[in-house]
Write a protein that binds this ligand. Structure first.
Ligand code: HEC
Ligand code: HEC
Ligand code: HEC
Ligand code: HEC
Length: 331
């Protein structure tokens, strides 16, 4: 029955149009950005890997691409690096004096959160003289909680970082898509294959010996968490739809598709948090100008996704292994 509803919801999609408000994802607060070179002081290997990714390279490459300039022209933007539109997803900016300056492409803080308020907390084992080996498990947990409360998207809860990906890769900007002709989100995005190739930088867990691969259990949690974050942000993207057009149709279709995939997964794993997310989504009416309702539903999915990733280690989800992309599919 729920599948029917998703399908029929699509037919009522985008039937009304009222006023517009530009949708912008919450980019990092420039007053709290410290920049990737500060991370490099302690995370040299991670920075080395990141520098090879399209995320880092977009800084030097985007404004040189003819397609980028065509989008900017249609949007009435004179310079890609000035103004806020492209900044939201292609760059990191930092406040210097009373101005904001672009300092990098998509960088550490784009995914892990602007760091000013957490950088000195996230590695504090209990005072300057306490070593990692002396830290209690309770202190470690508390340290991670404090870092998260101060804005860190700590990957110990993979949902927090998956949210970062989908915040950009859902491209929640109607005008950019309908007027600018920008892609309507990365429709083929999938958390495992998109994070475990060029983007993987798991040096911490091996004490900088090598760039570790995740266990099958970890990949299962990441896979489901990625889809839940996709559902959350597709729903947020539909919430921003104000007119019948490429944008609204693409994001509504995306939300419906992800829900169908998650429903099939839920049939196999019967997880209470995934169930909450699907129940919340089953109330979603995917139509234009439905922002308040859809945002509230997305908030519920966010809550469910966060607790999902916190409360499972994936050991019971072996049944998902055939769905999870294999190495040759990693980006
Ligand atoms: C002064 C050194 C230092 C700086 C600067 C620093 N880190 Fe860390 N970071 C660490 C240490 C040490 C750990 C390991 C903490 C542990 O043992 O749990 C860590 C852990 C992490 C983790 C994993 C968190 C966890 O709980 O497992 C992330 C993500 C991270 N850092 C990101 C960053 C980013 C992004 C920056 C820059 C904005 C940064 N760090 C700056 C030292 C630093
Ligand atoms: C809401 C997030 C968002 C905003 C805002 C945004 N982009 Fe993008 N852009 C992306 C993402 C994510 C990709 C990754 C590729 C994909 O989705 O396939 C991308 C890819 C691109 C590409 C294609 C790169 C390729 O591989 O062919 C161009 C060109 C581009 N963006 C131009 C722009 C310009 C110009 C602006 C500002 C007017 C802009 N973008 C604003 C998210 C955004
Ligand atoms: C701040 C916005 C932003 C965030 C956060 C973000 N991305 Fe991206 N991503 C982009 C943009 C923009 C591009 C395209 C860059 C270009 O081609 O100029 C891109 C490109 C990519 C690519 C390369 C795609 C290709 O076809 O080569 C991969 C893979 C990717 N992102 C994965 C991820 C994953 C996984 C996460 C989360 C862990 C993530 N991204 C978070 C904006 C973002
Ligand atoms: C595109 C988003 C993205 C960017 C950019 C990014 N990270 Fe991460 N980071 C992640 C994700 C996702 C994970 C968890 C990956 C996993 O489990 O395979 C992670 C994990 C980590 C970890 C823990 C690794 C471990 O061994 O457990 C550290 C430390 C870290 N990142 C630091 C950084 C630093 C420093 C930068 C900048 C050079 C950075 N990250 C840039 C998404 C990102």
């Amino acid at each position: 029955m729920r599948d029917m509803r998703f399908a029929s919801a699509l037919f009522v999609v985008l039937s009304v149009a009222f006023s517009t408000a530009d949708a912008q994802p919450p980019q990092c607060d420039p007053t709290k950005v410290i920049g990737p070179m500060r991370c490099a002081a302690c995370h040299e290997n991670e920075v080395r890997v990141w520098l090879q990714t399209p995320h880092a390279k977009t800084l030097e490459e985007l404004h040189r691409r003819p397609e980028a300039n065509a989008i900017a022209a249609k949007m009435g933007i004179r310079s890609i690096k000035r103004g806020d539109v492209c900044l939201d997803c292609h760059y990191t900016s930092q406040s210097v004096g009373d101005k904001n300056q672009i300092i990098a492409g998509v960088s550490c803080e784009s995914c892990h959160g602007a760091a000013l308020d957490w950088v000195t907390l996230h590695n504090d084992y209990g005072g300057p003289t306490v070593l990692k080996s002396q830290e209690s498990a309770a202190h470690q947990e508390q340290r991670r909680e404090i870092s998260i409360a101060n804005g860190m998207r700590n990957p110990t809860n993979v949902y927090l970082v998956a949210r970062s990906c989908l915040q950009c890769h859902s491209v929640p900007n109607e005008k950019l898509v309908n007027v600018g002709g920008h892609g309507a989100g990365t429709l083929e995005f999938e958390m495992v294959s998109w994070s475990q190739g060029i983007n993987r930088h798991n040096f911490l867990r091996t004490g900088n010996k090598n760039n570790a691969e995740n266990s099958a259990e970890e990949l299962r949690v990441m896979y489901v968490a990625g889809l839940m974050a996709d559902l959350e942000f597709s729903t947020r993207a539909v919430a921003k739809a104000t007119e019948r057009g490429t944008y609204g149709l693409a994001v509504a279709q995306r939300a419906a598709n992800v829900a169908v995939r998650l429903k099939a997964i839920q049939d196999q794993i019967k997880d209470p948090h995934l169930e909450s997310a699907l129940v919340a989504f089953s109330r979603a009416v995917l139509k234009t100008n439905n922002e308040a309702e859809l945002t509230a539903i997305a908030d519920e999915i966010q809550q469910a996704g966060t607790t999902f990733a916190q409360s499972t280690d994936g050991s019971k989800f072996a049944v998902l292994d055939t769905l999870i992309p294999v190495k040759s599919q990693y980006k």
